[in-house]
Design a protein around this ligand. Structure first.
Ligand code: AP5
Length: 209
């Protein structure tokens, strides 16, 4: 399989991170998650992290110039990747077009109700970043990661009032990218209500097809 350049689109909680981690294991492609990169910047207390934190805590988007500046070098240096959480605005998508062509855009669709249900019950491993769900995918031992034994935590922006704002921000700023990539003939829709396994095999068939 040639190295592909893939975007995973979709509302918060659609399963982009869950699928990206599996796809990376299977394909060896580079995983570029702007959310993960930003959370790392916040944890390390960098200037960028300090600037980004106030937006992230509210569930608002971090300004385009900060995001594009942060991701540009990583994209330029890669011959194949899975973008997870970027682009998030038309301005980001236009900037990306100028950096490199994209092979495939996969939109994982999910309703507002399901987003709120899933994110309220999400837990993430502090050690390895593995994603759990207390309802659909709980750890074997409460509060501990099955893979590395690390502590599971709830993201600051997975509080109910922040989740609602994140969904509204998605509708206003990110959903227009569906039309943007449809017009360019790059978009495929995937039903986010299906099981993680079903979604994974659907995406794999798109990548290898
Ligand atoms: P980011 O980290 O990108 O968050 P997000 O897009 O809101 O996406 P999530 O990580 O919440 O969800 P996901 O789709 O990855 O779902 P997951 O696989 O975890 O961004 C955070 C913040 O950073 C933003 O609010 C913004 O402030 C800033 N930011 C980041 N990028 C930016 C950008 N480009 N521009 C500006 N600002 C930016 O799954 C969710 C849950 O569902 C889990 O519990 C999982 O176990 C479960 N689950 C997954 N799939 C299934 C399934 N098929 N069935 C049942 N349960 C499932």
């Amino acid at each position: 399989m040639g190295k592909k350049k893939i975007i995973l689109l979709g509302p918060p909680g659609a399963g982009k991170g869950t699928q990206a981690k599996r796809l990376v294991e299977k394909t060896g492609l580079l995983h570029l998650s702007t959310g993960d990169i930003l959370r790392d910047e916040v944890a390390r207390g960098t200037d960028l992290g300090k600037q980004a934190k106030e937006y992230m805590d509210r569930g608002d988007l971090v300004p385009d110039d900060l995001i594009i500046g942060m991701i540009r070098g990583r994209i330029e240096g890669a011959d194949g990747f899975i973008l997870d959480g970027f682009p998030r605005t038309v301005a980001q998508a236009e900037a990306l077009e100028k950096i490199t062509p994209i092979d495939l855009v996969i939109n994982i669709d999910l309703s507002r109700e399901e987003v709120i249900r899933r994110l309220s019950s999400r837990r993430v491993c502090r050690g390895c970043g593995r994603i759990y769900n207390l309802i659909s995918n709980p750890p074997k031992v409460e509060g501990r990661c099955d893979a590395c034994g690390g502590e599971l935590y709830q993201r600051d922006d997975d509080r109910p009032e922040v989740i609602e704002n994140r969904y509204d921000v998605y509708t206003a700023s990110t959903a227009p990218l569906i039309e943007f990539y449809k017009e360019r003939g790059l978009l495929t829709q995937v039903d986010g209500k299906a099981s993680p396994e079903e979604i994974f095999s659907r995406i794999m068939s798109l990548i290898t097809g």
